[in-house]
Design a protein around this ligand. Structure first.
Ligand code: ZN
Length: 195
C-alpha cells in the first residue's frame, strides 16, 4: 500500500471497515443523540491503516518545510508519529495541563521551527488551537493543520492551511427532539463515545 493508493474514498472506507465510523442511532456521552458515531482509535489501532493515513496527510503538506509534527495527547499521538515518519521529521505531542496544552518530557522546538499540527478528528478545533498556542509559546511556527476527519461542517478555521482526509457530517439532537427516537429506532450506547 503506497500513499498513491490513499484517496479520500479509501480513508472513508477504512473508517467504516475498522468500526471507527458507525451509522445508526447513538447516545453520546454528552447526552445528545446522533446518527453517526466516530472513534478514530478504532482505525489507528491497525498500524498499516495508521501508516497509510499518515502518508496521506504528509502528502498534503509536502513542500511546507515542516520539520516537526505535533499532535494533542492522546488522539493525535499516533497520527503525529505516522505523519512525521512519512515526512522524515520529528514527532512530538502536547499534553493537557490546567486547561492548556503544554510540552512536557523535554520536548523543545528550535526558534521559528515549522510545525504541522495533526488531530484525529476536528469538531470545534479546541485542542488544535491549544496545541498551536503551545507551539508559539515554545518559539515555533504553525505551518498547517491536518486531520484524518473533519466534522466541523466547514466551521474549523485556524488561520493556516487546514486539510482533512475525510469530511463527516454528524447530526446530533437533544433526546426529546431526536427524529430517530420519534421513529422508534432502537438507540445504541457505544463505549467511549466522543462528543
Ligand atoms: Zn434518539
Amino acid at each position: 500500500m503506497t500513499a498513491q493508493d490513499v484517496e479520500r474514498p479509501a480513508v472513508a472506507k477504512w473508517l467504516v471497515e475498522t468500526g471507527a465510523l458507525l451509522h445508526g442511532h447513538f447516545h453520546l456521552t454528552s447526552g445528545r443523540h446522533s446518527d453517526t458515531f466516530i472513534q478514530c482509535s478504532q482505525l489507528l489501532q491497525y498500524p498499516p491503516y495508521a501508516a497509510s493515513v499518515g502518508e496521506a496527510l504528509a502528502e498534503r503538506f509536502a513542500g511546507f518545510g515542516i520539520t516537526a509534527v505535533v499532535g494533542p495527547a492522546m488522539g493525535g499521538i499516533i497520527l503525529a508519529h505516522e505523519t512525521a515518519r512519512a515526512l522524515g521529521v520529528r514527532a512530538l505531542y502536547a499534553e493537557k495541563e490546567n486547561g492548556e496544552m503544554v510540552f512536557r518530557r523535554g520536548f523543545v522546538l528550535n526558534p521559528g521551527e515549522m510545525c504541522l499540527v495533526v488531530e484525529d478528528a476536528v469538531t470545534t478545533g479546541g485542542s488544535v488551537k491549544k496545541v498551536m498556542a503551545a507551539i508559539e509559546r515554545a518559539g515555533g511556527r504553525v505551518a498547517g493543520v491536518g486531520a484524518m476527519v473533519d466534522r466541523s461542517e466547514g466551521q474549523a478555521d485556524f488561520g493556516v492551511a487546514f486539510r482533512a482526509l475525510v469530511t463527516v457530517k454528524a447530526s446530533a439532537w437533544e433526546p426529546a427532539e431526536c427524529p430517530l427516537c420519534q421513529a422508534g429506532v432502537p438507540v445504541t450506547y457505544p463505549k467511549a463515545a466522543v462528543s
